[in-house]
Write a protein that binds this ligand. Structure first.
Ligand code: XIL
Length: 382
């Protein structure tokens, strides 16, 4: 019941924001749906990834919902090298400047995503054969972008996804051409260019023991070299029916024992079957569409809605238990319709991984997440 009433309030407030809605006399403030950022304001920052349309505030529903619910934003794509640095010596700062302005306007933390990543590289880098060219790109890219936004970007994902599943360094163009010290070099350059932004290492599955050991090795290597690392970002692309709570808990403890911040940077809980055994979130992986792989095209059945809600409840109970160690929790997208999980690793599926549905309506999982705080179930669960 509460859910229905609250959504009605939200719908009216969106209607108001759009201006000219016929029932605006029944206006109810959007504050009548609970706010994630307010509910958890003493615990952690709550963020979302924004796509280009949302950064430009061209999507009216998101323009209302995002400032109400979130106090941190990450650009989903527009700071990736292929967009911000499409050609040698040519930078395209248009949308990056806009997300910084958006964040400043709404007093949000801004996470820069990402400086060094093997995926979504521009063609001119993918074609590079000699190490000197890669080194020149690497140095110029980090220095130019990080210095432009020094202090305006709160936190940088300096290096993204540098590890294989076994914890060894990923065989990327950067490892191949620059050698295994490239991560230290990247952080050193970022530290010089952005002394007022926090610097993070970000990756998926680094709650898993082998990849966690690889991440700890990176952190220790940076510290031994006297280079600053402020935190680690665990992406959090998990399955609603299989959230690795024990691994997550151990990771929070082990990472924070190194004296750095822990964040969950790309949270979404997919509900669809996996086409393979791997839990990797490598954007380059692809599988064929089949109806079997897309079981809920017309809506999520109650049985799976319950699993999704429970997955989020368990996670937030864990997050609250470790609120001192966790600085931020960012969802990878605003609503289900925009989630990358509709297109990856199989195109054309219908997934339901976030807290807001395709109409921006809060889902049962949203209310359960709020309740982990307001009803104090965290204390009971652990
Ligand atoms: C994804 C975006 O959400 C998609 O729009 C894009 O097509 C591919 O990249 N790990 C990351 C993110 O660090 O940058 C990825 O984002 C998801 C996995």
């Amino acid at each position: 019941m509460t859910n229905t009433f609250s959504f009605a309030s939200f719908a009216v407030s969106v209607c108001l924001a759009l201006a000219g809605c016929s029932n605006s006399k029944k206006a109810i403030s959007s504050s009548e749906i609970p706010s994630l950022k307010e509910t958890f304001q003493k615990d952690f920052i709550i963020g979302t990834a924004l796509n280009g349309q949302q950064i430009e505030e061209k999507e009216p529903n998101a323009a209302v919902l995002v400032p109400q619910q979130f106090n941190a934003i990450t650009p989903e794509n527009i700071m990736k090298a292929e967009i911000i640095h499409p050609e040698w010596g040519k930078y395209n700062f248009d949308l990056a400047d806009k997300i910084v302005a958006y964040g400043q306007k709404h007093k949000m933390e801004i996470n820069g995503h990402t400086l060094i990543w093997h995926s979504q590289l521009p063609a001119f880098v993918r074609r590079m054969k000699d190490a000197d060219s890669v080194r020149q790109f690497f140095t110029d890219h980090i220095t130019t972008i990080a210095s432009r936004y020094d202090g305006k970007i709160t936190t940088w994902d300096v290096v993204n996804e540098a590890l294989e599943e076994d914890g060894s360094l990923r065989k990327s163009i950067f490892l191949e051409k620059l050698g295994e010290d490239y991560i230290v070099d990247a952080f050193r350059l970022a530290q010089k260019a952005a002394p007022n932004s926090k610097l993070y290492y970000n990756d998926y599955n680094i709650e898993q023991p082998k990849k966690r050991a690889g991440t700890i090795a990176i952190i220790k290597k940076l510290k031994a070299a006297g280079v600053r690392i402020d935190g680690v970002g665990i992406q959090g692309h998990w399955k609603a029916y299989n959230v690795p709570l024990k691994d997550i808990e151990e990771s929070i403890l082990e990472y924070s024992a190194l004296g750095i911040e822990v964040m969950f940077t790309e949270l979404d809980l997919g509900v669809l079957p996996n086409p393979w055994d791997s839990d990797a979130a490598d954007v380059n992986m692809k599988a064929e569409y089949s109806a079997k792989m897309n079981p809920y095209p017309n809506g999520l059945p109650d049985s799976m809605q319950v699993k999704l809600t429970k997955g989020y409840e368990d996670l937030f109970n864990l997050f609250l238990k470790y609120k001192k160690e966790i600085s931020r929790i960012t969802f990878w997208g605003v609503n289900d319709g925009q989630s990358w999980l509709n297109g990856w690793p199989i195109r054309g599926r219908t997934n339901y991984p976030l807290l807001f549905d395709r109409e921006f309506k809060p889902k049962p999982a949203f209310y359960r997440v709020i309740e982990t705080k307001t009803k104090g179930s965290a204390k009971k669960a652990f």
